[in-house]
Design a protein around this ligand. Structure first.
Ligand code: MEV
Length: 438
């Protein structure tokens, strides 16, 4: 059977499902039942989700969990997290509680500048281009006034436009490198709209510029797009306490734990194989909150990992030290987030998540998200340097294995009790289920 189809997006939802089901599935009725099980019975709500993207056939659920007891700059938060990995919310909650008793998390927003670029080619004399840019700059800013007016009212706008000569890397390649402040919006649409207007005006006005005479001297726009690399949209999160207060894990003295913890961070600072996993643990916390608050986790991921490589080698985002008997653990991380616009006004669960966080500004959300990342990293390193990760991880994963074997409530209760005192592994759980069912 042919697997290509034209005009798919124009079909009704049920016709789309019919095509998918008859093309790819052996048990068509069963497949349809599953797809429909995930539809929302509230038609309006379902339509809202259908219309987020094209070709929606059903909803894809992730659990929305909460991690309470986060003290951030002396304010208490319960942090919403949308994530499927079983141990993440538990680890965040545990780290929150640990630091609650030791003064909580301290955060500061270092900067909030975002970048966008118009990439273009110019074959003429560089000094003519410079003269044109100087002459046209006020007009460029004027041309985006209808777009930037509202943003300016909210404290944002265009901070600067620079002409950048990139001809050493690619012949005839230049950029308009634009910096933006987007206040409480993530700002992608605002930035891209401004850039496209800059490109249009920049190209069109060049035709009238007296310094440009020949056709080769005209501007060829390649593309206009924001950058997800935001090294100047930076937030810092930190925890610290006396070394002797690092006592929670009874299996290891505080001084030894502090030393091992710093060693683990130092390893991630110099060893990319470890740094990637170390930072992945940070992103477990970050992505979960970014997703719960309706932000773009792909943008955040891309920007964060680029930042982790900013010195030429991929390295740890977090750092730790012991100085004068004080243990300090901190992280600076670029986060371009919004609390207005996009999904934040649309998705009912996103609205609830933001309300749970005291309706934060974008700057406040940057601080909360950074804390979730640092807490997650603390939890992972604490386990790794003491008991090992599998103990806690497999305990949390137990329920997934039980569900895989369709354990009923009674079986679950018995086995959860059993594994309180036995090591969880896939085979040990399978064995225990089989024994119970004999
Ligand atoms: C697992 O999702 C994350 C960890 O591997 C992070 C780390 O190793 O630091 C536990």
């Amino acid at each position: 059977m042919s697997k290509t189809i034209s005009g798919f997006s124009k079909l009704s939802k049920s016709k789309k499902i019919d095509w998918i089901v008859s093309t790819y599935f052996a048990n068509q009725e069963h497949t349809k039942t599953i797809l429909k099980q995930y539809w929302n019975s509230n038609e309006q709500l379902q339509q809202l989700h259908d219309e987020f993207i094209e070709n929606t056939i059903t909803n894809y659920y992730l659990p929305l969990g909460v991690a309470p007891n986060f003290l951030i700059n002396d304010i208490m938060y319960t942090i919403p997290m949308a994530i499927e990995e079983s141990s993440v919310v538990a680890a965040a909650s545990k780290a929150a509680k640990f630091w609650l008793e030791r003064g909580g998390f301290k955060t500061t927003v270092i900067s909030t500048t975002k970048i966008g670029q118009v990439h273009f080619m110019f074959h003429g004399e560089p000094s003519h281009l410079k003269a044109y840019f100087k002459a046209i700059k006020p007009q460029l800013l004027q041309a985006v006034k209808p777009l930037s007016k509202n943003m300016e009212k909210r404290g944002g706008g265009i901070l600067d436009i620079e002409l950048r000569d990139k001809t050493a890397a690619i012949a005839n390649y230049y950029q308009l490198h634009v910096s933006f402040e987007t206040a409480d919006a993530m700002g992608a649409n605002f930035i891209n709209s401004c850039l496209e207007q800059f490109a249009k005006t920049f190209k069109a006005e060049a035709l009238n510029f007296e310094g440009f005479t020949t056709k080769e001297q005209q501007i060829e726009i390649v593309m206009s797009i924001l950058s997800n690399y935001v090294p100047d949209c930076l937030v810092r999160a930190e925890v610290s306490c006396k070394v002797e207060e690092l006592t929670e894990n009874k299996s290891i003295p505080a001084e030894e734990f502090a030393k091992k913890f710093v060693q683990a961070v130092n390893i991630a600072e110099i060893e990319p194989f470890r740094a990637v996993t170390h930072n992945k643990g940070i992103m477990n916390g970050i992505d979960a909150v970014v997703l719960a608050t309706g932000n773009d986790f792909r943008a955040v991921e891309a920007g964060v990992h680029a930042y982790a490589s900013r010195n030429g080698t991929y390295s740890s985002l977090s750092h730790a030290k012991i100085e004068d008997g004080i243990f300090t653990f901190w992280m600076e991380i670029p986060l371009a987030l919004g609390t207005v616009g996009g999904l934040t006004n649309l998705h009912p669960l996103v609205k609830l998540s933001l309300e749970m966080l005291h309706k934060p500004s974008a700057k406040e959300l940057m601080q909360i998200v950074a804390v979730a990342g640092l807490a997650q990293n603390f939890g992972a390193l604490r386990s790794l340097t003491t008991t090992g990760i599998q103990e806690g991880h497999m305990k949390m994963h137990l329920m997934n294995i039980l569900n895989q074997f369709e354990a009923n409530a009674e079986e679950k209760a018995t086995l959860i009790h059993h594994f309180k005192t036995h090591t969880v592994s896939h085979s040990a759980v399978v064995e225990a289920i089989e024994k119970l069912r004999q």
